[in-house]
Design a binder for this molecule. Structure first.
Ligand SMILES: NC(=O)c1ccc[n+]([C@@H]2O[C@H](COP(=O)([O-])OP(=O)(O)OC[C@H]3O[C@@H](n4cnc5c(N)ncnc54)[C@H](OP(=O)(O)O)[C@@H]3O)[C@@H](O)[C@H]2O)c1
Length: 184
């Protein structure tokens, strides 16, 4: 998840307008074979990556910029990677190879399947809920050099305290910091 220094994952517009590209090449792809998303972010995810997959030379929705090579690579990788969308209201998903799942029990079952890691893409309520349910093993945050002020806090809906163990910290370009935490 990409957050501001004051812990916001989106501004009052309903998205993080300080994020210039929604994928970076941090070597994550080889270790994952499934993606998990909340129903809140799914429609925007589908629209964003479908747009880049279909028209990689045109400015992308939200950022208004030409997709970066890492975004084009993610659009291709995501199109061939199974996706699971946690929702009780969505009835259909157009993204390739996508299945709707209904609750934390389904996530627990998914985690027991053999295979590589599952990438929890977001959004905020899903991340906090799965953290509270003990189903998140690792938290990866990219902190942007910005106090967003108005906006929504990433863990606003978490119901209990979680101790984190710092596994890796890395300074990225443009003043961003990558933090990888294990869940204590
Ligand atoms: N800054 C970042 O890095 C980043 C990354 C990803 C997303 N985002 C942003 O995050 C926003 C979406 O986040 P959000 O917190 O509003 O929504 P969300 O976490 O994407 O989705 C919440 C929805 O997921 C379903 N859900 C979650 N937990 C569930 C459970 N235990 N059982 C059943 N269903 C469950 C429910 O869907 P139903 O109501 O359909 O049942 C719930 O309303 C978007 O604006 C997106 O742009 C930001």
């Amino acid at each position: 998840m990409r957050i501001s220094a004051d812990g916001k994952f989106e501004g009052p517009e309903g998205y993080a307008d300080w994020v210039e590209a929604w994928a970076d090449d941090y070597g994550l792809m080889p270790q994952i074979d499934a993606c998990l998303l909340g129903g809140g972010m799914y429609p925007g995810y589908e629209q964003y990556w479908t747009g880049i997959g279909n028209e990689p030379d045109k400015p992308a929705w939200i950022t208004g910029k030409a997709p970066t090579p890492a975004e084009v690579a993610w659009a291709r990788f995501a199109a061939r990677t199974p996706h699971y969308v946690l929702s009780n209201t969505l009835t259909a998903a157009l993204w390739p190879n996508t299945r709707l799942i209904r609750g934390v029990g389904d996530v627990a079952v998914l985690k027991q399947q053999p295979g590589k890691d599952i990438y929890l893409v977001g959004g905020a309520r899903t991340t906090a809920g799965l953290l509270d349910a003990g189903l998140v093993d690792e938290l990866r945050l990219i902190v942007y050099p910005l106090v967003a002020g108005d906006g929504k806090a990433l863990f606003a809906t978490a119901e209990r305290r979680h101790r984190l163990e710092l596994h890796k910290v890395q300074q990225l370009h443009d003043g961003r910091i990558s933090l990888v935490y294990g869940i204590g």
